[in-house]
Design a protein around this ligand. Sequence first.
Ligand SMILES: [Zn+2]
Ligand SMILES: [Zn+2]
Length: 616
Amino acid sequence: MAAQTTEPEAAQQDDLYRLRHSLAHVLAMAVLELRPGSTLGFGPPIDDGFYYDFVLSEPLSEDDFPELEKRMRRILAGGPGFEREDLPVADALERLEAMHEPYKREYAAELADTQQLATLSFFRTNGFVDLCRGPHVETARKIPADAFKLRSIAGAYWRGDSRNVMMTRIYAWAYRSRKELQERIRAFELAQERDHRKLGRELDIFVIEPDVGPGLPLWLPNGTVLREELEKLAKEYEFRRGYERVSTPHLAKTDLFYRSGHLPYYEDHMYPRMAIQDHGVEEESDGDGEAVVRAEYVLRPMNCPHHHMVYAARPRSYRDLPLRLAEYGTVYRLEDSGALSGLLRVRGMSMNDAHIYCTEDQVKDEFVDVIQLHLDLYEVLGLSDYSMRFSTWDPTTDKGREKYVDDPPAWELTQRLVREAMDEVGVPYTEGRGEAAFYGPKIDIQFRSVTGREESASTNQVDFAQPARFGLTYQGADNREHRPYVIHRAPLGTHERFIAFLLEHYGGAFPTWLAPVQVRSITVADRFRDYAENLTAALREEGVRAEVDPGEMSMGKAIRQAVTRKIPNVLVIGEREVAEEQVTLRRYGVSEQETMAVEEFRTRLRAAIAGRSATL
Ligand SMILES: [Zn+2]
Ligand SMILES: [Zn+2]
């Protein structure tokens, strides 16, 4: 039974859709065999298989899956057909009544009513009849018996409404072949294995504590190393490109956000206002004759307004431009608590932000430079599976006219400049008409994570509207006042999303330069400890994050633990190493170990860290 009537035609025609839809019926048949008297809810195909909801006469658990699968295969082996039967609505409702299917009956009555249907369709397979719109395979012979697998069991309210009965939902995988099924299950397991929440816990990267608040991660020392290394990377690359750094507060008066337009439009996504009374010299009296200044503050949802105020804090001339103001700025957004997820959806985040103020003539070159910066940073991080999307304005629809700043010439101009910049860099991109932000065209960079998730990493926008709202100007060579353009950019996105992405990308096994612990020394016996400690002290002197294993476990166990922690370089120190001033290096993920002079190791380590190399 399909839950809705809104699936696109193409999906309905798809053979995988038919196969999954049909298997859902077969699951229902097996469940009714094993739990007679159960009633049915919805049983639609979904992305990687299907599910079916039941009100069970007796509970089922995952332990019952083998038995259910066996029964499903037995049904399939008989090769029954899926025969369609159309009944006038009144007869259909009567049949569902007789079948004691109250939920299907409720839905059927509603469907017939809202869609003004004259008939309702049923599908019959052996003795099982299900209200369903189809389509199905003609016969169960078309369903491979080894390409599905029951997956999990969960509670689900009838029609997703907590006032309704809680049903039991059985999920299943289903594909065209056993091979495809196994591949998809493996990919899913990899995704589980690499889930940033799991790795974040195992590697002590971050925690989220209820007393601090949902969506407000606490970065542990290891996670803080990752943040600081990324910031160092960004700062170096930005410095070379002429960025200047600023530091601005996390909150501001509501006046600032009325000016930017975040208030009132974005207010739902902001923490509530804080009313403050400052004793001062202005405005109303508090009754005791003392002057009180009343003001409302909000946590900022974006850094832009603060940066615009830095720009506006002094008169600017064309000689000051381009002015590139950068900050790893912290912002707060009141995401829905149900949407919060590890580091991917949070309520406080630090962004690799910068705003480039420039003249019209400079927009294209600055945009080229911004895109080039992305490419450089991604190369350092070993990221190559990304794509760029050019989001443009669409004034041809009502929605478009309503959404966008009404300045067609400015749209045309900025879009032309972005297009020219993209063509100059020569990176491929797709175009999304009508997907621009309300104040200018943008380039979004999407990553595909190892687990197959599409991840929006960064947005670069040319903005001609905010400078006007903030009254930003510069004095041109002609001695007249002009309006600058602003480019918003954040190649490394927010620490939260980006580190979640990197954790999954590297599976927690970071290259040496980025790893929270870069070198751990393990001694074969306690008498080699001094040697290991002196070496570690010398490395730390150079800024290397080195440590000595406490020596509380056997050597084998200590090495295994270092592997579990995904430490990139483990040094084993024993008799020979001490006598010959050597180390034995075990690299993470490399099976052969390597013995070398201490000095050689230090030279290689230094080069790998300085060059942010993927290897040592
Ligand atoms: Zn069906
Ligand atoms: Zn911005």
